[in-house]
Design a protein around this ligand. Structure first.
Ligand SMILES: [Zn+2]
Length: 407
């Protein structure tokens, strides 16, 4: 699945119309959720029937393309299934009971309700929401794609305007250079990650650099009168500054992940996504969580694109264990060097951890190539969580604004 994104040029009425469409899709989603909550045990069919009923009852729902309404129902259906799945599997901790949405930022169309201009530089939304024709800005070559391959069209709202995303079912795997190197990586605060070959990737600290500026624009909001247009503008400036940091972070995570996947046939990392476990063997890691998930998702994306294995191993004691002999040595967060009490092995702390991570996978047995391909597709019964089994960031329906691919 490939997602292409364009910035849309909009006028005032179009903005209102898009906001109205987004609100309607949120309304449908929340209404269907309410219906599901009030009527225990209703199935998929009833949810869609209720959607039809909503369309008859409310004119503004009817105005939104019927498939776009369906996409909203699908959205809540996915949330419900995920919740049931978590319960069935006995996932520890919270099960993710579906929640009402308050600030939806996108509306999703399927294969109807829109039309591409012959030049494919403009798109017209043909339902009764009155969005009309939008000019598209961006470098993507949508020309090269058959229109039938476009499965979803999404309008996404961001602090600096509206974006149109096209999700097409193109297989975007690429031939990458042949390699058989395996690398273990450990993410941290001091460095973005450290690998088992002894390299450190610097931490860019985008937020820290921009923090002062962001804080200043945040203070400006509170100096303006509540409800005034000055306050609304100040809030927009503040949001755009945050958006910039988010984008920088995303670009950085993407670049680093791509490089790792290009050079290595296998990337082994810690499976920090284990809820219900005490996952903070390094306290500071909670702080980098956001970047870490982003990074991991990009690794999974490029892993499947280049045919690389991305493997997650259990995270326990990776920073305490010795990469040479495997004996655990207690150390505090401030101890930056690993020094083994058993064999006397000394190494930089994060490099040692990266080696432990790689070793942990190799010790569990290296699968043959055929097997590993199956595992990479998430169908294998390996005791370790294969990271590729998790949702790939570009899958349709994943509500992410970070799924823009350029490579
Ligand atoms: Zn040792």
């Amino acid at each position: 699945m490939l997602v292409m994104e364009y910035k849309a040029v909009t006028n005032k009425t179009q903005k209102t119309a898009i906001n109205e469409a987004i609100r309607t899709s949120q309304f449908v989603r929340n209404k269907v959720l309410r219906y599901w909550m009030d009527n225990r045990g209703v199935g998929k069919k009833e949810l869609y029937r209720y959607n039809t009923h909503l369309r008859d009852e409310f004119k503004f729902v009817k105005d939104l393309n019927s498939h776009a309404c369906q996409a909203s129902v699908e959205n809540i259906e996915r949330a419900i299934n995920r919740f049931f799945d978590n319960c069935k599997k006995g996932k520890p901790g919270k099960k993710g009971y579906p929640r009402f949405k308050k600030h939806t930022r996108s509306v999703e169309y399927k294969q109807s309700g829109w039309k591409l201009h012959p030049t494919k530089r403009r798109i017209t939304f043909t339902d009764k929401k009155g969005i009309g024709e939008l000019k598209l800005l961006g470098k993507w070559d949508i020309h090269t794609f058959d229109e039938k391959l476009i499965k979803r069209v999404r309008i996404v709202k961001r602090a600096d305007g509206f974006y149109v995303q096209f999700c097409s079912s193109v297989n975007n795997s690429q031939v990458a250079p042949k390699t058989d190197t395996k690398v273990g990586i450990d993410v941290g605060l001091e460095y973005f990650y450290s690998d088992s070959n002894g390299n450190h990737e610097e931490n860019p600290r985008f937020l820290r650099k921009a923090e002062k500026d962001i804080k200043r624009s945040q203070r400006k909001i509170y100096k303006k009168k509540k409800g005034s247009s000055g306050r609304r503008k100040a809030r927009g400036i503040y949001a755009r500054k945050h958006l910039r940091v988010t984008r920088q972070r995303n670009e950085h995570a993407k670049r680093v992940a791509r490089n790792l996947c290009l050079v290595n046939a296998m990337v082994v990392l810690e499976d920090l996504n284990v809820s219900g476990l005490v996952r903070n063997h390094k306290l500071a890691k909670s702080i980098v969580d956001a970047s870490w998930y982003l990074f991991r998702r990009w690794l999974e994306y490029f892993g499947s694109k280049f045919g690389r294995q991305i493997i997650a191993v259990p995270p326990h004691y990776t920073s305490q264990e010795c990469s040479n002999c495997g004996v655990r040595t207690q150390k505090s967060l401030s101890t930056r060097t690993h020094s083994c009490s058993n064999c006397g092995h000394t190494e930089q702390r994060d490099i040692n951890a990266a080696k432990v991570i790689l070793r942990r996978h190799l010790r569990a047995g290296v699968p043959s190539v055929e097997e590993s391909v199956v595992r990479a597709n998430g169908r294998g019964g390996h005791p370790q969580t294969n990271a590729s089994g998790v949702v790939v960031p570009t899958s349709v329906g994943s509500n992410t604004c970070k799924s823009k691919q350029r490579q």
